[in-house]
Design a protein around this ligand. Structure first.
Ligand code: URA
Ligand code: CA
Length: 431
């Protein structure tokens, strides 16, 4: 087989066989096929697309390019949740203990954040002592004992995707549905869960700017998952504004605790129920999504979800007393208000602008090597659709530096006040 013939075949809009796709991915992973040929191939896929079968084959070829996690030592249906990336997205911190409180095993492999989106591991490390550097054996044992554990991403998971994603980034081929869908699904499948719930974000802060594109991506991923034997469902949710009020690591832990107590922001709560009920349903613990949602509400009401969060923190070396005493979380030295410059209604809180402002404070990483400050971040005091009076605080900046003029200017860039505006629909679609 020659790579040039396969590029030509895809360029001409023909369907590649399983063997041909394996040849490309294996050869690329081993370094036998050069970047320039794979660039041309990615561009051909960008214009010619892939059939459902090709997408599943590409996904599995990338899964098989590296290590896969074997979760067969964990009893029960393991359900994973994945978000395509948002600002102030605190859902995993809430969902993991919430679902585990219903005896559904949550075996979570997670990464650190890059850019303006935060990683779940960074957030959890805001809890003193909490660590994710555990062996695979410990991980399986913790899930069997507590129904919940989080481990850092293994180094050699889907190396083909790592290489291809970096190449796509510099060849204008990121934004292709078959390539995004296979990239995301390969990582989820390699991580070993039986079922997968996807949160596909749409809006300014997301990859997919429109709900239609997001739906197409969601459908592509759900089909790949189901075609390779993992039960998969998706929710399409709004990321035109940040989720909840808190953006920043310790601030989001506090927000998760509030939500597990039943006092969380309404949008965060709604999304947690929308995703959580799919997780419970796919785990075969409920006969319908409605029943699943009732079960989730009950473990918040009776305190079991909060207890599970404490148990989880303690089991990975963290101090569980932060749940009752969130003031023990890292605190920033300065709290600075951002006053509204006009009367009206908040019409826009552009998620990626606000995320960037939080990153400048040190809440996120500008490069992979940057250190982050767990205490800093932003608390929104208003959301889209809220009325506001001049001088009222739009946002509270939690900073460890006194001069935050740059951050304040960025926040003003991201927030628009108008005469009328309505809160956006949070959950667009269920796939
Ligand atoms: N996230 C991924 O992991 N892969 C893509 O291709 C796009 C977003
Ligand atoms: Ca949040």
């Amino acid at each position: 087989m020659r790579m040039v013939d396969l590029i030509e075949k895809k360029r001409d809009g023909k369907e590649l066989t399983t063997e041909e796709i394996n040849f490309i991915i294996e050869g690329y992973t081993k370094g036998e096929i050069p970047d320039y040929q794979v660039s041309a191939f990615a561009m051909a896929v960008f214009f010619r697309d892939m059939t459902e079968r090709e997408r599943a084959d590409l996904t599995m070829a990338m899964v098989n390019s590296g290590d896969t996690i074997d979760l067969s030592g964990i009893e029960g249906v393991k359900v994973d949740k994945h978000s395509t990336g948002g600002v102030g997205d605190t859902t995993t911190l809430v969902l993991a203990p919430l679902v585990a409180a219903l005896d559904i095993p949550v075996a979570k492999m997670s990464g650190r954040g890059l850019g303006h989106t935060g990683g779940t591991i960074d957030k959890l490390e805001a809890i003193a002592g909490f660590h994710v550097e555990i062996s695979k054996e410990q991980f399986v044992d913790l899930v069997n004992r507590h129904k919940i554990a989080v481990i850092g991403q293994s180094g050699n998971l889907t190396p083909a995707d790592k290489k291809l994603y970096a190449l796509r980034d510099v060849t204008a081929t990121v934004n292709s549905i078959p390539l995004i869908a296979s990239s995301i699904m390969s990582k989820k499948i390699a991580a070993g869960s039986d079922a997968i719930v996807l949160d596909v974000k749409t809006g300014a802060g997301a990859f997919m700017k429109t709900a239609e594109d997001a739906k197409e991506l969601a459908e592509a991923m759900v089909r790949i998952g189901n075609n390779v034997g993992r039960k998969t469902m998706a929710v399409i949710s709004d990321m035109s504004q940040p989720l909840g009020y808190a953006i920043g690591n310790a601030l989001e832990v506090k927000e998760a605790i509030d939500t597990l107590k039943g006092n969380g922001p309404k949008d965060l709560e709604e999304l947690c129920f929308a995703l959580g009920r799919q997780m419970v349903f796919l785990a075969n613990k409920a006969a319908s999504l409605e029943e699943a949602e009732d079960m989730l509400k009950e473990v918040i009401r009776n305190g079991k979800a909060l207890e599970k969060f404490k148990e989880f923190i303690a089991s990975q070396g963290g101090d569980p007393s932060v749940v009752d005493h969130p003031e023990k979380l890292p605190q920033a030295a300065y709290q600075i208000e951002v006053p509204a410059k006009a009367d009206g209604v908040v019409a826009e809180i552009v998620a990626d602008e606000i995320g960037t402002a939080a990153m400048w404070l040190g809440a996120g990483r500008a490069t992979k090597e940057s250190d982050i400050d767990l205490a800093v971040g932003l608390m929104l005091n208003k959301k889209i659709g809220d009325p506001v009076k001049v001088g009222e605080s739009l946002v509270t900046i939690h900073a460890n530096r006194e001069n935050v003029e740059d951050v304040m200017a960025k926040i003003y860039d991201g927030i628009r006040i108008a005469d009328h505006a309505e809160a956006p629909v949070l959950v667009h679609n269920i796939v």
